[in-house]
Design a protein around this ligand. Structure first.
Ligand SMILES: [Zn+2]
Length: 388
């Protein structure tokens, strides 16, 4: 079946097309052009979104859960409910993100997540669901000093055999790893993970600048929730953040909920990384979309009150949604909605090596897109053509 979609504008997101004409067949985009070139469609259903904008479905590469579900604890049968919740916030794909936990618990979670990732996408029927596209290992190779809420008893010194065990449990679906480069053994694991085309991201780290730079030389190319769980920036001793902000080969992500990083520092970050290398993440936990209360983040108990998730004195992930992160970027900086959208779509896709298939609107890719009002509110999300 063929469907033609029109709206006021479309962000590819590199280009902006006014009065776009988007053709979808069998769950894929087959044509993007201008409405002016076409008469009313024949033999196709037609959906006009009026003044709204079409953008690629958001990609969240650091997400622990939502709608009451934690990705390390949920069964493969429960994950579609999380996927449906995420589409209500514009997300089409995500990386299920782990936290430090006992190794056997992590391995069984990875096996379940691999099942969910390998499940075939349904093209027709049913509500749209954001899909788990890979696994992000946040831990166990983190710095004790900058562990945040990751339990100290489950942090592990990196070795290739432990990494291999996690990789095997995940059946090769690990696509991203957050690692502190200064801990013994880290550089070897960074090099091995990079060799397997994993996005190696430095974070939860107390590294000095030269160590962070050596990690990049070893194969790291990204940074995890910049500023949070990192040695703070000092202008004479810039540390890891100095490397992350000044190295133009690196991409980096940030939590733009207005709680984890102040709006002014978000603006500095966006200026430093620019519209091509800044990446938005949510770091969202199971409490996202739920009332205040007590929730689980892997093995960690988290209290959520007034939009703030904490365990003890530390922030424990967020209840941020990607659509709000995008809107916050336009509030905290002078970036346009199109630039903010890019930081939630193409930029994360490029950072993790998925930009051939995700994070953009182009002929040939799966029809994953979000319909946004001019204020950036989600009107509708379509995943694999489902949801129109
Ligand atoms: Zn996290």
């Amino acid at each position: 079946m063929k469907t033609v979609v029109t709206a006021r504008r479309l962000y590819t997101p590199v280009e902006e097309i006014t009065n776009p004409w988007l053709v979808i067949e069998d769950g894929r985009i087959t044509e993007i052009s201008s409405r002016a070139a076409h008469a009313a469609p024949a033999n196709a259903s037609f959906v006009d979104f009026g003044d709204a904008a079409l953008a690629p479905g958001f990609l969240d590469i650091h997400m622990h859960g939502g709608a009451g579900l934690d990705v390390m604890r949920a069964s493969a049968a429960e994950l579609p409910r999380l996927g449906q919740f995420l589409t209500s916030h514009g997300v089409a794909g995500y990386f299920a993100t782990t936290v430090a936990a006992p190794l056997d618990v992590t391995c069984s979670a990875l096996e379940r997540l691999a099942d969910a990732i390998e499940e075939k996408t349904k093209v027709n029927g049913g509500p749209p669901e954001a899909r788990p596209l890979g696994i992000h290992l946040e831990g166990p190779f983190l710095s004790h000093k900058r562990r945040g809420v990751h339990p100290p008893e489950y942090l592990v010194e990196p070795t290739v055999p432990i990494f291999e065990k996690l990789w095997q449990a995940a059946r090769g679906h690990v696509r991203m790893i957050t690692i502190a480069p200064e801990i013994p053994g880290a550089m070897e694991v960074i090099a091995e993970a990079a060799r397997r085309r994993i996005c190696v991201s430095i974070g939860h780290s107390d590294a000095e600048l030269p160590v962070a730079r050596a990690a990049v030389q070893a194969g790291a190319r990204h940074a995890t929730h910049t500023f949070n769980a990192m040695r703070p920036l000092d202008h004479r001793n810039p540390g890891i953040i100095g490397e992350v902000l000044s190295d133009d080969t690196m991409t980096a992500d940030i939590i733009v909920d207005g709680i984890h990083v102040s709006p002014e520092v978000v603006k500095v970050f966006l200026q430093a990384k620019g519209p091509e290398r800044a990446v938005l993440i949510t770091d969202a936990i199971s409490a996202t979309g739920m009332p205040d209360g007590r929730y689980q983040l892997g093995p960690i108990q988290v209290d959520v009150k007034d939009g703030k998730a904490t365990a003890g004195d530390s922030l424990a992930g967020s209840v941020l949604t990607m659509d709000r992160a995008v809107r916050n970027v336009t509030r905290f900086s002078n970036w346009t909605l199109a630039q903010a959208v890019r930081a939630a779509t193409l930029n994360p896709a490029q950072a993790v090596g998925l930009s051939a298939k995700y994070g953009k609107l182009a002929a040939g890719v799966e029809a994953n897109f979000v319909v946004l009002s001019s204020a950036g509110e989600v009107v509708k999300t379509v995943v694999g053509g489902r949801g129109l």
